[in-house]
Every structure is written in structure tokens, then in C-alpha cells.
Design a protein around this ligand. Structure first.
Ligand SMILES: C[S@@+](CC[C@H](N)C(=O)[O-])C[C@H]1O[C@@H](n2cnc3c(N)ncnc32)[C@H](O)[C@@H]1O
Length: 183
């Protein structure tokens, strides 16, 4: 099992953590980004995955943090569940949007729920969320699960959430693979 995310490096997450206490991930997979968020010092970590393939392993892996309430693992389609999560937020949070088709048993109703997720974040009355979107190398080329989304489509939706967002590009799988929208 990957202990840390093979995409989201602690140095990158630290750089954009700023004063955020809450980390919200879509696409838990093996819990690598949850572990990075713990390492970087987030007080509240929520992660959503449509697949229960790794539920038992993850529940065991993070059992102490789940028991203390620092980690919450949620199972369901982020396209619908993120709205409920956003509605419960009390403060600007950092979102790591990384849910997409990932092989048999790891798929939601659509190959990539990203536009629904951005719409959910846009409904938040709280300003100042930081939004990180992974896999720009695929989104830019409409590859594989990203065939129904585009970088322009993502940027339009991000700017509609907050016209004052500053946009950065951070390294992930490849250079500049992560979009970061922040104040
Ligand atoms: C690339 S993996 C995530 C990697 C992880 N975020 C990391 O940094 O290590 C993509 C995950 O998205 C999940 N997924 C796919 N569609 C989803 C949806 N609609 N809602 C929530 N999770 C979804 C898959 O089950 C898979 O576990």
C-alpha cells in the first residue's frame, strides 16, 4: 500500500495550507493524501470515495484518528455528497479534488465528477476556500476519464466561485499538474 500520495507531496500541500484547518479530499483511494494531510498538520480531514474496495483497510489504518474525530472517511458519490459536506463547513477549507474513474470497482456514475464538485464549492457562503485540482495533464488533453472536462471549463467554474482567486500551478505526477486556486 502507498503510504503517502504519489501525487500530492507534503511540500506542495504545506505551501498552500496557509491558515486552513480543514482538508477535504474527493477520491480517497489508498489514503495517501489523507496521510499527507495528517503529516502537514490539518486538524480536520474529510475524504470521500465512491468505492468501498479499500474501506476496511483504511478504517484499520486510520482507526485512532477516526476515533478521535480528526479523520472522517465518507463513502458515496462526491458529485452529491460534497454539497452536504460544504453546507456543514464553518471556515475556509482546502479542497483536494482527485475523484475520477480509477479502474473496475472504483467508478462513480460519471467518469469525472469535477464540475459537480466545483458547483458544490460554489454554493458555499464562505469565501476563501483553497481549491486544488489534480491531473491537469489529462484534463488539458481530454484523456481517458477526463474526456468530458476541459481546462477552460475548470477555470471558468473556478473564477465563477471567486473572481479574486489567484491561480498557481504546482508539481504532481508531472510538472504543473495541479491547479491551485487561492486568495
Ligand atoms: C486517483 S484515485 C485518488 C488518489 C488519491 N486522491 C491520492 O492522492 O492518493 C481516484 C479515486 O476516485 C474515486 N472515485 C471515482 N469516482 C468517484 C466519485 N464520483 N465520487 C467519489 N470518489 C470517486 C475512485 O474510487 C478512486 O479511489
Amino acid at each position: 500500500m502507498n503510504l503517502l500520495s504519489d501525487t500530492l507531496r507534503p511540500t506542495v500541500l504545506s505551501k498552500f495550507k496557509a491558515n486552513h484547518n480543514t482538508f477535504i479530499e474527493t477520491g480517497t483511494w489508498l489514503g495517501g493524501a489523507v496521510a499527507v494531510a495528517l503529516q502537514v498538520g490539518f486538524e480536520h480531514i474529510l475524504s470521500i470515495d465512491v468505492s468501498v474496495l479499500h474501506k476496511e483497510t483504511l478504517t484499520e489504518r486510520f482507526k485512532d484518528f477516526i476515533a478521535s474525530g480528526r479523520i472522517k472517511l465518507i463513502y458515496g458519490d462526491s458529485a452529491t455528497i460534497l454539497k452536504e459536506v460544504v453546507a456543514g463547513l464553518q471556515e475556509p477549507s482546502l479542497f483536494w479534488l482527485d475523484a475520477h474513474y480509477h479502474g473496475p470497482g472504483m467508478a462513480g456514475p460519471v467518469p469525472c465528477p469535477l464540475y459537480h464538485e466545483l458547483e458544490a464549492i460554489g454554493q458555499s457562503p464562505i469565501k476563501g476556500h483553497t481549491i486544488m485540482v489534480d491531473d491537469l495533464r489529462l484534463i488539458r488533453r481530454h484523456r481517458a476519464w477526463a474526456n468530458a472536462v476541459s481546462l477552460d471549463g475548470v477555470l471558468d467554474r473556478v473564477k465563477a466561485i471567486d473572481a479574486e482567486y489567484v491561480l498557481d500551478y504546482a508539481d504532481g505526477h508531472v510538472a504543473s499538474d495541479i491547479l491551485v486556486a487561492h486568495r
